[in-house]
Ligand binder design. Structure first.
Ligand code: SAH
Length: 668
């Protein structure tokens, strides 16, 4: 099954003719969907491809009622419904079933010629726009997406926080989205949470940022350090006059608040996203009434103007892991509960230690210490720089008529908790030109939240990326850091694409990432990993120069940074003496110049000096250069790290600018 489509399940496809079923069946398979067909087609399928095997695999399912009724049956359980039908028919079919944005599935229509994929409904909330794009990629069709933010290249304001695990807050979502779509000035106030998304905004956006300020009063008076993001990029602060003009003219038409407090009460349309940065430590007397625990937490949040949606987790001491009221609240609010033993908790320094508590449970603090301890858990390096802090010290709450007493403390982490299971796509992007990328690689690239790779390779595939995708470029030598970073981000909950040129598993990043995961005792599932193959240098070079690889061949990398030279040398001797056609990767760098000379010398001991050799540089890229020469002459041509050398075997012949190794069919 494809790991690319796991987040969109369950997917139901519907069509009513055999012809259309055949057109989309490979898509259904790739997406792990189900294709629904009318019962009447069950027995009269003409085409032999629609075999019983497929029926058994449940790729095809048949509905026995009218399509309208069938649709009503699968509506609630579908994340997406994809029709291969005329648009008009789909609109009529779905209209009686529509409820609201939060509940309806994504509705996508593929035209019967499979030229267009239309995102009809649920583009944002149900991720229909993104799914439309991915499906269009698979079918090589054109995606039709009409969402305003999509076409402005802005992150969809009502969904973009999901990838970081943020919770949507209250506010006038319709109005704020409309204002943003009309490019009206919108104030973004972000207190907490990752702000990487700000770096990938198009220059035409109309956001004004007020970052990293504590919102203590809920109005715009503390609009103290605003700057236009574009100016900020150019290191130009907004002048006081400009600032005042914006404020005085009241030209701010909408506000997006990203933080742990409640949605600000301002006189312009405002919405909020809540990164989950609050860790609620709870202590209580045994058998404290569940309703007291709930009202205590609610009360503390209310008093401190904090938003319950920003809670990452509850935390307590392990002897309370069976405390009915705490368990009931975690269950009701769908929140995790972290527990720690007294040894772990007593290490944490707190504001209000208590000797009585220490006597009872072996640690001077339960609520404060467990909140702080839990807040250490989101584990990106950014978070480790600043330790979590208590934003609400221990509060003791009792209520008349309710059994028990509760202590509540709240710690804030620097990094938000992200509940998603991340994924790692290890992608080979081929030799250079994007035409040589597999469609699976393209789909995975579109699906990823963040792309990590060497800058040159990212630039080569840039035209394939979504504008709001996050990108981390690194230097060519930083492979280990790159792999570790990718793993960290995926473990934290992002979909991470790590790219290598050619094939990711041939002298590429795939091996390193898997090796590190193995060292970390990875369980094979979290994060999910998919290695997506690419066209490796030897294949693309071979194709450019004809058909040199018709006999047994091998690849040898001359880089002795990680492999000792005597090992490489042994392999060169073996390849040369056994008459393998040989592709030489990493032939020469600025500092590594001797190896290619030794390689030629070894080959000359075993092969005719006239053996055809190709020196192929930057194949399929703009600066592609291919020289056909001989074993004796090969060193008289420029060779560098962007070059692959192909050495023919004893039967390889040059013909015009091609190398042909006869397979043997024409031998008499
Ligand atoms: N994973 C890559 C190989 C990375 S090692 C792959 O599968 O192709 C880097 C070496 O690959 C370079 O030194 C060069 O020998 C070769 N290489 C990569 N891209 C190339 C291209 N477009 N043209 C020629 N050689 C290339």
């Amino acid at each position: 099954m494809s790991k690319i489509f796991t987040d969109y399940q369950p997917l139901n496809f519907i069509t009513i003719t055999e012809e259309n079923a055949l057109k989309i069946e490979s898509l259904v398979k790739i997406t792990d969907g189900v294709l629904w067909l009318p019962e009447k087609l069950n027995n009269n399928f003409q085409n032999s491809i629609l075999s019983s095997e497929k029926k058994e695999n449940k790729l095809y399912q048949y509905y026995h009622t009218s399509l309208a009724k069938h649709l009503a049956n699968i509506w609630e359980d579908s994340q997406g419904i994809i029709f291969c039908l005329t648009l008009g028919a789909v609109v009529r079919l779905i209209s009686p079933l529509l409820t609201n944005k939060e509940q309806d599935p994504a509705i996508i229509v593929i035209d019967p010629h499979t030229k267009y994929v239309i995102s009809l409904l649920g583009g944002h909330q149900a991720h229909g726009d993104k799914l439309t794009e991915l499906i269009a990629h698979q079918l090589e069709a054109k995606p039709i997406i009409t969402s305003a933010s999509f076409n402005l290249n802005l992150p969809p304001i009502d969904t973009f926080g999901y990838i970081f695990g943020w919770e949507k807050g209250h506010g006038d979502w319709t109005q704020v989205s409309a204002n943003i779509a009309r490019n009206q000035i919108t104030l973004i106030k972000q207190d907490v949470g990752l702000n990487w998304w700000q770096n990938s905004l198009p220059s035409s956006h109309s956001f004004i940022f007020e970052n990293n300020t504590i919102i203590d009063n809920n109005n715009l008076d503390n609009f103290s350090s605003p700057f236009l993001n574009q100016k900020q990029k150019n290191n130009l602060p907004l002048s006081i006059e400009e600032k005042e003009t914006i404020i005085n003219n009241s030209s701010i038409n909408a506000m997006v608040y990203i933080g742990a407090k409640k949605t600000p009460d301002v006189n312009i349309p405002c919405i909020s996203w809540h990164p989950r940065v609050l860790w609620v430590g709870i202590g209580c007397e045994r058998d404290t009434s569940p309703s007291l625990i709930q009202s205590a937490v609610t009360k503390v949040f209310h008093e401190y103007n904090l938003e319950l949606k920003a809670i990452a987790s509850f935390a307590t001491i392990n002897i309370k892991s069976d405390e009915v009221g705490i368990l009931a609240l975690a269950d009701k609010w769908h929140l995790p509960l972290k527990t720690f033993n007294s040894e772990e908790l007593k290490e944490i320094s707190v504001l209000n230690p208590s000797s009585i508590v220490k006597k009872e449970v072996g640690t001077p603090s339960v609520a404060e210490a467990s909140a702080l301890k839990a807040a250490l858990s989101p584990n990106l390096p950014e978070n480790q720089l600043k330790s979590p802090h208590l934003i609400v010290p221990k509060q003791i709450i009792r209520e008349e008529g309710k059994k028990g007493a509760v202590t509540v403390a709240i710690a804030q982490s620097m990094l938000e908790y992200n509940p998603h299971d991340g994924k790692l796509y290890l992608i080979g992007t081929g030799p250079g030109s994007i035409e040589y990328l597999t469609s699976r690689a393209k789909t995975a690239l579109r699906e990823a939240d963040i792309i990590i790779g060497y800058g040159l390779y990212i630039d080569l595939i840039k035209s394939l990326l979504r504008p709001e995708q996050m990108i981390e470029k690194s230097k060519i030598t930083q492979e280990v850091q790159r792999a570790e970073r990718a793993i960290e981000l995926a473990k934290w909950g992002l979909k991470v694409a790590v790219i290598s040129s050619g094939d990711c598993g041939i002298y590429g990043m795939a091996g390193l990432v898997l090796e590190i995961l193995q060292n970390q005792r990875w369980n094979g599932k979290q994060p999910l990993v998919e290695v997506i193959s690419g066209i490796t240098a030897l294949q693309s070079v071979a194709a450019k120069i004809g058909s040199p690889l018709m006999h047994d061949f091998c690849a040898i990398s001359l880089s002795d940074l990680l492999t000792p030279w005597d090992v490489i040398e042994k392999r060169i001797i073996a390849a040369a003496s056994a008459d393998f056609i040989t592709a030489i990767y990493n032939p020469r760098s600025l500092s590594r110049t001797e190896q290619i000379i030794s390689t030629q010398a070894i080959f000359l001991q075993h092969r005719n000096p006239n053996t055809p050799v190709a020196i192929a540089r930057s194949v399929t890229r703009d600066d592609e250069n291919i020289i056909i020469t001989t074993l004796a002459e090969m060193l008289n041509h420029p060779i560098d790290m962007l070059t692959t050398i192909m050495i023919g075997n004893s039967s390889t012949k040059r013909y015009h600018d091609l190398l042909i190794t006869p397979r043997g069919y024409l031998k008499n």
